[in-house]
Design a binder for this molecule. Sequence first.
Ligand code: HEM
Ligand SMILES: N[C@@H](CC(=O)c1ccccc1NC=O)C(=O)O
Length: 288
Amino acid sequence: MTSDAKTPPASSVSVSRGEDSIHWKIEPAESYGGYLDLERLLSAQRPRSNEHDELLFIIVHQTAELWMKQSLHELKQVVAGLHEDRLDTALKGLARIAGIQRLLIQSWDVLSTLTPHDYVRLREHLGPSSGFQSWQYRALEFALGNKDAGLIEVHRNDAQRHAELEACLARPSLYDEALQLLARRGVPVPQAALERDWRQPYVASAEVEAAWLVVYRDVDRWWDLYDLAEKLVDLEDRFQQWRFRHMTTVERIIGRKTGTGGSSGVPYLAKALSLRFFPELWSLRTQL
Ligand code: HEM
Ligand SMILES: N[C@@H](CC(=O)c1ccccc1NC=O)C(=O)O
């Protein structure tokens, strides 16, 4: 690092608040912007139209993709934590993901300032592109347990992405790992849930519900598993809030138009609201 703290430029006296050890001469590569690669980050917004609102549209999506990247990174640690019986590690990651989810839910407040009038004009420039093609979103859904293999077909022309999603599909989900943990602790989990083809969608069963009921009926004995289960419910609750805000934001902006990705639009998004990552954690409540 090149610094010359002794000689702040005369013009800096009023702005340096009397701090005379500030590093004034910094090589760009070693600076804040260099470390964060801001040159690249801030030149990655390339609007296709002259519409004022297109920058917002791009930035909301790009920040969502960055937060999805961080969530996937945390989820890996959460799943590994469960796999290795390190529940504290798993809970720490889940708390961080919860913070990210709150941000993502709030970001709909910014995007819903986009009016239908402004959006139709920039929509013409989107072609067939759609959030439906977000491979990180699909990886998140798979990691959480919504194994809908057909949806990776849209990445068929991108061998690398396709292979990554295939790998993600073939790994046990967060819920699969939670059930393994339950079984290792001595809660009777049916074999069918412990040894299954991870690529297949998870199918809810009365036996798995009964296993969770063991935990929920004696929370003092199974406190850490109960705590984990409630954190999973929180996660799914917030995921649904995100889906719901997506759907309502879409409806207020494009109404009942079909989507650029080729789906029915709002009806397609509404169907996702009946999906469940951790079905028995919801159904067991009726039995308590
Ligand atoms: C003006 C704002 C938006 C509109 C009008 C919109 C519209 C839509 C529509 C109509 C679909 C259905 C697929 C299709 O295109 O046919 C969709 C899917 C999707 N959108 Fe958006 N969207 C918006 C903002 C966002 C944002 C900010 C994100 C964040 C990354 C996002 C992520 C997704 C994802 C992940 C899907 C696939 C959902 C699934 O398969 O369950 N969208 N969107
Ligand atoms: N499916 C949207 C288009 C869209 O939203 C979109 C297009 C390009 C990049 C991100 C998008 N956002 C989420 O789906 C529409 O039908 O208007």
